[in-house]
Design a protein around this ligand. Structure first.
Ligand code: FES
Length: 183
């Protein structure tokens, strides 16, 4: 059986399904602003275990994530899929990491750890901002080279599923949905 553990929650997957597809289906806490088009990087996650069960790092990931981030286990959830019928892949999403840093400012047991969470959060926000700024040159480069079709950039494409899945994530995070099946 193929399994993704996303932020500590376990979800069954089919061979070839991306982390993002399974996460969205189950309301896992992850970002997906560009709806899987591969340029926002908001779906970035860190693979904690089972990287060997995923497809090799794609060209899009190499273009959007620095070598240091890739080296430390970062992947784009919309570009990473389990390649066989079995295997367990455990990840922590960037959205969840930022949430934990924010919560940690208030809940860490010592002032030093609260401060560390604050600094980590500031660094994460800077990174998200930088990634946001670099969308435009990446997209323009893609269009110029013919790798990105202008019609795929239509913000209305997939808007319905973006809103629906966003609501699903919110409901799940607030505990308003039926708990995802835990294995
Ligand atoms: S959802 Fe935007 S890069 Fe993956």
């Amino acid at each position: 059986m193929a399994v993704y553990i996303i932020n500590g929650e376990q979800f069954e997957a089919q061979e070839g399904e991306s982390i993002m597809e399974v996460g969205r289906r189950n309301g896992a806490h992850q970002g997906f602003i560009c709806s899987g088009r591969g340029f926002c990087t908001y779906c970035e996650c860190k693979v904690v275990e089972g990287a060997e069960y995923l497809n090799p790092v794609t060209g899009t990931e190499k273009a959007r994530l620095s070598p240091e981030r890739l080296e430390s286990g970062s992947r784009l959830a919309c570009r990473s899929a389990i390649t066989g019928p079995n295997g367990t892949v455990s990840v922590v999403t960037r959205a969840e990491k930022i949430k934990r840093q924010f919560v940690g400012i208030f809940t860490a047991p010592t002032l030093e750890r609260k401060n560390n969470n604050l600094l980590d959060l500031a660094s994460s926000i800077v990174q998200v901002s930088v990634d946001g700024i670099t969308i435009l040159p990446f997209v323009l480069g893609g269009i110029t080279s013919g790798k990105v079709k202008p019609k795929t950039l239509n913000p209305l494409n997939g808007l319905g599923s973006l809103v629906r899945d966003g609501q699903k994530v919110l409901s799940h995070q607030l505990g308003l949905d039926h708990p995802a099946e835990k294995k």
